[in-house]
Write a protein that binds this ligand. Sequence first.
Ligand code: ASP
Length: 331
Amino acid sequence: MKMKSRRNFLKLTALGTAAVITNPIIASTQQEVELTPIKSSTKPIVISTWNHGMEANEASWKILSKGGTALDAVEAGVRITESDPNNTSVGLGGLPDRDGIVTLDACIMDENNQCGAVAFLQDIENPISVARKVMEETQHVMLVGEGARQFAFEKGFKKTNLLTKKSKEQWEIWKEKSKYQPIINSENHDTIGLLAIDEKGNLSGACTTSGMAYKIHGRVGDSPIIGAGLFVDNEVGAACATGVGEAVIRIAGSAIVVELMRNGMTPNEACKEAVSRIIKKHKDLTNLQVGFIALNKNGESGAYSVFNGFNYAIRTKSKNKMIDSKYYRDR
Ligand code: ASP
């Protein structure tokens, strides 16, 4: 075991030796073990869900490559997706609920387990920045609905009509049958979840969405819920989710992925195990797409989804590229 005084240590009081031995980020079999320092070649790094992640990653990268913090990077990254009117699953232009109202959910978490969230928020283009204000300028973690909206106005956010012509037209077509039915990998872009490690090796994450299209007015999914849509533990790693939020909440998805990494799994293995728990709890998998992405403290990433078609974007010093997630079943 390396000298205990030199670096951060992870307490593993509840773990057996086998779990410790297989842990790629842990350097010893003792109960208090040292985390292997991150390789300088793997940081900074940013990963994010779906194709829209490519653009978001670039915005994050501008900050990370200049030595900026992971927190600033994750916020800047997902703001791009939120402000894109052509993206129908996040922020401006998001598909509305069954009453034709766009309601947004978002959360953010930093390396000190500080976190902020907004849910069921209307009229604000960048809910992630409101979530950050909740984190930094209040003693609370989550604000919802009208309270969140009022708070945003107090903090200087502008009122924006989020329902674009394109989304309104799609909703009008949907209304003819009015059948709520999640569609797997709809337009190949859903919630954006984005995780980053900065130059100093600190982790942060952000998650933002307009939620499931045509949901009941008032419905909130996993995306703004710390531990479900997003979780960050700076000692271990971070994870976020996309897909049917109810299924993610039922297993505390992102927190579970991080705990599985703490207990020795690689990011891929941890995401796979979380997906398998969802599969075990649902007899009918019809339209039940869920995907997780994860990043450990060493800068290793992974993903897993119920069905094929889920992908994520990864940005390192050398490249920004899409990776197809491994999955349980073909559609
Ligand atoms: N997870 C989001 C929700 O349930 C939607 C998605 O990622 O597609 O609101």
